[in-house]
Ligand binder design. Structure first.
Ligand code: ADP
Ligand code: MG
Length: 248
């Protein structure tokens, strides 16, 4: 049993083996409330697996994941979502035949509890919230557009919006700017900085220009372990990081 901390997310000694291969190997990581953390590292470093572990998609073979001092290991995926963790996967998964507005609407949390009660007691409030989020994700002029007609970048934004609807306190994003144009990347940087104001965000990313624009701190993973951590300037000048990642 760990002592309570001020961290939004405290990952300790997290390990998972696939047939004896340790994809994530004794990783510890501490994220503050309101922090935007970027995780970088070569392909196969274990970055996606780390997010899979945090959101409950994969069960670790050892270690602990505390979110607001609550243990997530062993908790069902849906319960982790309800506790305030939102995850975006590498490929955007929006409903292609639904409009932007409808995609956001179907993402409104259902059921009982504060959210369900709030949303269903006041349709006008739901609508207002959807419009706000559409503005945040640069899609206010596309509300009636079917999602399949959006650009790849716009789909990525829509999916971020679908997460924001539930107002999670921790958002996990896997390569959100992959396939985006330079302009879209700039807008996404702005968006992520804005959404990190009231919550913690963990982003996996490869584009170092983008990372420099957004990161509070950077964690470098290599072969399942944390190789380095700190400010962008610090990790960029770390000889170990240059050797395994930035050098090529
Ligand atoms: P990254 O996102 O950093 O590129 P991943 O987390 O996707 O890396 O993968 C880390 C390693 O774990 C890779 O070698 C990958 O092949 C392996 N791996 C990931 N998921 C599984 C799985 N479900 N079963 C077996 N091996 C896996
Ligand atoms: Mg990955």
């Amino acid at each position: 049993m760990s002592l309570p901390t001020d961290f939004a997310l405290a990952v300790e000694n997290l390990t998972v083996s696939f047939d004896g291969f340790k994809a994530v190997d004794s990783v510890s990581l501490y994220v503050d409330p309101g922090e935007l953390r970027v995780v970088i590292g070569p392909n196969g470093a274990g970055k996606t697996t780390l997010l899979d572990l945090i959101c409950g998609k994969t069960r670790p073979s050892g270690g602990s994941i505390q979110f607001k001092n609550q243990e997530l290991v062993g908790m069902a995926e849906q319960k982790i979502v309800r506790s305030g963790v939102g995850r975006k996967f590498q490929t955007p998964s929006v409903y292609p035949k639904l409009s932007v507005f409808e995609n956001l609407e179907v993402s409104v949390p259902k059921g009982r509890g504060v959210w369900g009660a709030l949303f269903f007691s006041c349709n006008q409030e739901v609508r207002q919230r959807i419009l706000e989020i559409a503005r945040d994700i640069f899609l206010e002029d596309e509300l009636e557009t079917e999602a399949e007609l959006l650009s790849h970048g716009q789909k990525q934004w829509l999916e971020i919006g679908m997460l924001l609807i539930a107002d999670p306190e921790l958002i996990l994003l896997d390569e959100p700017v992959a396939g985006m144009s330079v302009n879209e990347r700039g807008q996404t940087a702005e968006l992520l900085k804005r959404i990190a104001k009231g919550r913690s965000v963990v982003v996996i990313e490869h584009d170092m220009n983008f990372v420099r624009q957004i990161a509070d701190r950077v964690t470098v993973m290599h072969q399942g372990k944390v190789l380095a951590e700190g400010s962008m300037d610090k990790v960029e000048s770390d000889p170990k990081v240059i050797e395994v990642y930035l050098g090529h």
